[in-house]
Design a protein around this ligand. Structure first.
Ligand SMILES: [Zn+2]
Length: 97
């Protein structure tokens, strides 16, 4: 079979979002929307394959996404800049006439 005869296997504009498919997979959708997604899955290979994959998706736990530590050279730079600003008196802005 030539590749050009195969249907393109990718997400299309009409496809439901991965978030929606995730809700579908978790049976968290309203019955009407659930029916629409089911109808779409019958005709879309990509989404049909995405749903079982989403079963492996785990929501990030609270606090799991903490910000990374500041690299030490950036910290030194930031402290030198901020330290300088704090130690010096910031002159009051004055307007010339
Ligand atoms: Zn689709």
């Amino acid at each position: 079979m030539k590749a050009s005869t195969a249907k393109s296997f990718n997400k299309k504009l009409a496809c439901p979002s991965s978030n929606l498919l995730l809700s579908f997979q978790r049976r968290a959708l309203a019955p009407e929307i659930n029916l629409l997604v089911k109808h779409h899955l019958a005709g879309c290979d990509f989404c049909y394959c995405e749903v079982p994959l989403l079963a492996f998706y785990a929501l990030p736990l609270r606090g799991e996404c903490r910000t990374p530590d500041l690299p030490i050279n950036l910290r030194v730079l930031a402290e030198s800049i901020l330290g300088k600003d704090n130690s010096e008196e910031v002159p009051e802005p004055h307007f010339q006439r």
